[in-house]
Ligand binder design. Structure first.
Ligand code: ADE
Length: 221
């Protein structure tokens, strides 16, 4: 998979060189290209923004550098497949989105109901969340099977609590069932704990889940 990031803060994307994403890149499973938008400016000050038409606070990113950047990046082979979007962030002159939306699928992606200073942190979040789903990127192919938000039996539930050695730490033991070796009971316990944690932390997920996805046990909780 290829990800092209256009930014005025390329150093903000340095974390994509470490950990899971960094390893996936080193192995050639993920191709991340970070581009400095200022490369596509032609004035002495490398201007990328200007005041908004109609007045008001803040600045708006000028369409010309974005247009030249996207033309070059698209010509270099991205998006690799139809449907791969150039990301779009608030604050870019709207005509850029209209222009590229005519030939490409342009998606507006929000990572949550809060406002960031720029799109860079959102790019880190999206790239990491997507990269770990690529085949071969996670060490154990099963490790995202029970993830919060993964499809399947635990769909719509957050992951429950997890434990490792030692069996006792600061006087705290671990749930007996996990030592039982009884796979059915362990699965049942995990599901119940996931359900409880979701009901406590994200009740909205329970409310909007498909009632058919809940079993008798869930309803009893
Ligand atoms: N840019 C600024 N805030 C953002 C958010 N919450 N999600 C995605 N991009 C953003």
């Amino acid at each position: 998979m290829r990800v092209d990031v256009v930014t005025i803060f390329p150093e903000y994307l340095e974390p994509l060189n470490v950990s899971l994403v960094g390893k996936a890149r080193a192995r050639g499973q993920l191709d991340v290209r970070v581009h400095d938008l200022r490369r596509w400016t032609h004035d002495r000050h490398h201007t990328v923004d200007d005041t908004p038409y109609g007045g008001g606070p803040g600045m708006v990113m000028k369409p010309e550098p974005w247009g030249e950047a996207l033309d070059d990046i698209i010509a270099s082979g991205a998006p690799a497949a139809p449907g791969e979007p150039p990301a779009r962030y608030e604050g870019i002159d709207r005509r850029v989105i209209e222009e590229y939306g005519e030939h490409l699928d342009v998606y507006e992606v929000s990572i949550g109901d809060y406002v960031l200073a720029g799109g860079e942190a959102a790019v880190l979040v999206i790239t990491e969340a997507v990269a770990r789903l690529l085949p071969g990127v996670l060490g154990n192919a099963e490790s995202h099977r029970d993830d919060s938000f993964a499809p399947g039996a635990m769909a719509d539930l957050l992951e429950g609590p997890v434990y490792t050695k030692p069996p006792e730490w600061r006087g705290r033991g671990i749930p007996e069932v996990l030592l039982s070796g009884h796979h059915g009971k362990i699965a049942r316990w995990r599901r119940d704990e996931a359900f409880r944690r979701t009901a406590r932390n994200r009740p909205d997920l329970i409310e909007r889940c498909d009632p058919a996805a809940l079993d008798k046990h869930d309803r009893a909780l």
